[in-house]
Design a protein around this ligand. Structure first.
Ligand code: ADP
Length: 190
């Protein structure tokens, strides 16, 4: 299986690229942010729990997120692989993901990171907030907090996958099509 962790700071374009790439490679796209937002819209217990964290730009607690991710994976049998978008976001999520996949005789093929300077991202997210309806995209204080969470808890995952020789950085600045092409060059190798 091709199991790819699509990585990058908030607003890097993971969701946009994942949607394009999942069709090209016949992979299942799991976006933890999208699953949380779906649960919030439908007012499920999970949604109620996640909402307060997401509204502030904080990460949702690991145990909640990990259980949800596993349930999403289990919904898909006999597939050729996954694009994980927004997961893992902490080292313990990464460890749990490895354990979970090993139990299935499977593994992560690679982490592919979209690299975009932070100063470009805040404006991109504010622009997205004008149309996305996402409250966490509309307030600069919340956006800054998401970067703080990213820098404190998520950025370390680069090292985690580098140690396993599974890290691939891709320049995330340019047109959507150009970035898709760059990502494809890496996906083809994995
Ligand atoms: P972004 O555009 O910031 O990458 P996402 O749509 O991936 O946004 O996620 C939005 C929010 O959902 C995060 O700020 C966080 O509160 C929550 N979330 C998503 N994935 C995770 C995760 N793996 N662990 C904890 N919280 C998460």
């Amino acid at each position: 299986m091709k199991n790819i962790v699509l990585f990058g700071p908030p607003g890097a374009g993971k969701g946009t690229q994942a949607i394009l790439l999942k069709d090209k490679y016949n992979l299942v796209h799991i976006s933890t942010g999208d699953v949380f937002r779906y649960n919030i819209r439908n007012k499920t217990e999970l949604g109620k729990l996640a909402k307060s964290y997401m509204d502030n730009g904080d990460l949702v607690p690991d145990n909640v997120t990990i259980d949800m991710l596993k349930a999403e994976v289990e919904k898909n049998n006999n597939v050729s692989g996954f694009i994980f978008d927004g997961f893992p976001r902490t080292e313990s999520q990464a460890v749990e993901l490895d354990t979970f996949l090993t139990e299935k005789d499977d593994s992560i093929s690679g982490m592919v990171a979209l690299e975009v300077p932070e100063n470009l991202l805040v404006n991109r997210i504010l622009l997205r907030g004008e149309t996305s309806g996402r409250t966490d995209d509309q307030d600069e204080v919340k956006i800054r907090n998401r970067f703080k969470e990213y820098n404190e808890k998520t950025a370390v995952l680069q090292k985690y996958y580098e140690k396993q020789n599974k890290f691939y950085g891709v320049d995330g600045v340019g047109s959507i099509e150009d970035i898709t092409k760059r990502l494809q060059q890496v996906f083809d190798k994995l």
